[in-house]
Write a protein that binds this ligand. Structure first.
Ligand code: AMP
Length: 283
């Protein structure tokens, strides 16, 4: 039977009982509207830990756009129904009062790591992410925490958060789970119209073909970028950014000769819906 903790005292007593019995705890933070990508993180966490907590909380402080927050899909009943089948899984389902009894004053600054891509186009986003993840880490005290490579920049930010604040936990980054046509699973995909959903295939198609161009034909960075922008223009879709970066530092790569592992990162709009994706590979 799935236990749902809605307040800090029930979460705390559960955590204390695990500590006393020496059991390990996996943690999967989510914003709900669960899909197979989330479930894959939960399954991995269940394989590697005695017990697992999945949190479901749409964190307002990481939205820099009020419309995006208002329209973010929420489907808690269906989320809980999807989780019923798992043993040793528990849900932390806090509300805003539990997470932010007072508006946070503390600010995070991740320097160069947040000046590119998501950090550049969504000012304040990673401050909100770092705030909620720090609070969740303190409350849940996980042995291991699981995040998706789908949000690559977020994984790098959290990596630094854990390092800089000495959180005593292991970070586990899991591969991106895709739909059959290649589109990365995302809660935001629910907001796509049928025609936008079909058009969204251009995102993975572009990433995979750019990867091939880099690996096989060794074109220049500028040529690849031009090609990607051309694909999107021809399809009438808006690209917010397409970056070729070092997979660890996330800094743009000027010349492919000196790098070992590259990430291609994209944010694009399908109508009003902003989708993110990336691929990582060796060159
Ligand atoms: P979200 O609910 O979108 O905040 O995502 C919660 C966690 O699930 C984050 O660590 C995401 O990176 C991860 N995630 C989201 N989509 C996918 C996916 N398609 N494959 C793997 N992990 C994902």
């Amino acid at each position: 039977m799935l236990q749902v903790f809605e307040n800090l005292s029930t979460l705390h007593s559960f955590r204390q009982s695990l500590l006393q019995s020496g059991l390990s705890l996996g943690f999967v933070p989510t914003m709900g509207a669960l899909h197979q990508g989330h479930l894959a993180l939960i399954e991995r966490a269940l394989q590697e830990n005695d017990q697992v907590i999945c949190s479901i909380y749409v964190n307002p402080t990481q939205f820099n756009n009020a419309q995006d927050l208002a329209k973010y899909p929420r489907d808690f009943e269906n989320d809980l129904a999807q989780l019923q089948k798992f043993s040793n899984l528990h849900v932390f389902l806090p509300n805003d009062q539990v997470m932010y009894p007072a508006p946070a004053l503390l600010k995070f600054d991740f320097g160069y790591l947040e000046q590119v891509m998501e950090g550049h186009f969504r000012p304040g986003h990673f401050n909100g992410v770092a705030m909620v993840v720090s609070k969740l880490f303190h409350l849940v005290k996980p042995t291991r925490a699981y995040f998706g490579q789908k949000d690559l920049q977020q994984t790098r930010i959290i990596h630094r958060l854990v390092q800089d604040l000495a959180f005593d936990l292991e970070l586990v980054i899991c591969p991106t789970i895709r739909e059959e046509d290649g589109l990365a699973m995302s809660s935001r995909n629910r907001r796509l119209s049928p025609s936008e959903r079909i058009a969204a295939k251009l995102i993975p198609d572009t990433l995979f073909s750019a990867r091939e161009v880099i690996q096989v034909r060794k074109n220049s960075i500028e040529e690849i970028k031009n090609l990607v922008h051309k694909h999107f223009e021809e399809a009438g879709l808006r690209i917010e950014y397409f970056e070729i970066v070092d997979r660890f530092t996330l800094l743009p790569i000027e010349n492919l000769d000196n790098v070992k592992e590259v990430a291609l990162c994209i944010a694009a709009y399908l109508g009003e819906v902003r989708l993110l994706d990336n691929v990582i590979f060796g060159v």
